[in-house]
Design a protein around this ligand. Structure first.
Ligand code: FES
Length: 158
């Protein structure tokens, strides 16, 4: 074994170490990148699913007691139908505008609350009232018919 063989052996070991480090780096990137990709992709998929639905019929919702809420799916998104104590109906998208948690209607306080970070919304308008949510909840448009409560994406002119 001469000096040149020794140098080539050292260079091959260095190449191997670099390739192994590169492979491990790729595995780390995949392990971190895939969940991030799924997190970012998920709202887009949900939005696409939601845009395909323009109207949902809730056959039994007309019997909802005063002051009660019905959670339902509008396309792939959670939504809520509130039957207020004054017999008015409000339907809202139930995805918090902060980081996407599902919000809940609190009957006793007549407000919509997001338990993830304490966001509060107005139960009649969906307006963001306090906490981190940057925007109101998206409004949907309910109307009571003989076949149930029909919730639409846009306001229907009668
Ligand atoms: S996700 Fe609702 S307040 Fe943060």
């Amino acid at each position: 074994m001469n000096l040149q063989d020794n140098n080539e052996g050292q260079i091959n070991r260095q190449k191997f170490v670099l390739m192994a480090a590169g492979g491990i780096g790729l595995l780390y990137a995949a392990a971190i990148g895939y969940p991030v990709y799924r997190y970012l992709e998920s709202p887009i998929e949900k939005a696409e699913g939601a845009t395909q639905v323009t109207e949902v019929t809730l056959p039994d919702a007309a019997r909802l007691p005063l002051g009660a809420v019905l959670m339902f799916k509008f396309g792939s998104r959670p939504a809520m139908l509130i039957h207020h104590k004054d017999d008015t109906w409000v339907a809202l998208d139930a995805v918090c505008t902060h980081l996407g948690c599902t919000v809940q209607y609190e009957t006793a306080r007549n407000r919509i609350f997001c338990a993830c970070h304490g966001g509060v919304y107005d139960a009649r308008t969906g307006a963001n009232v306090s906490g981190p949510p940057p925007k109101p909840l998206k409004r949907l448009y309910p109307r009571v018919t003989d076949s149930g409560v029909i919730v639409s994406r846009t306001q229907q002119l009668s």
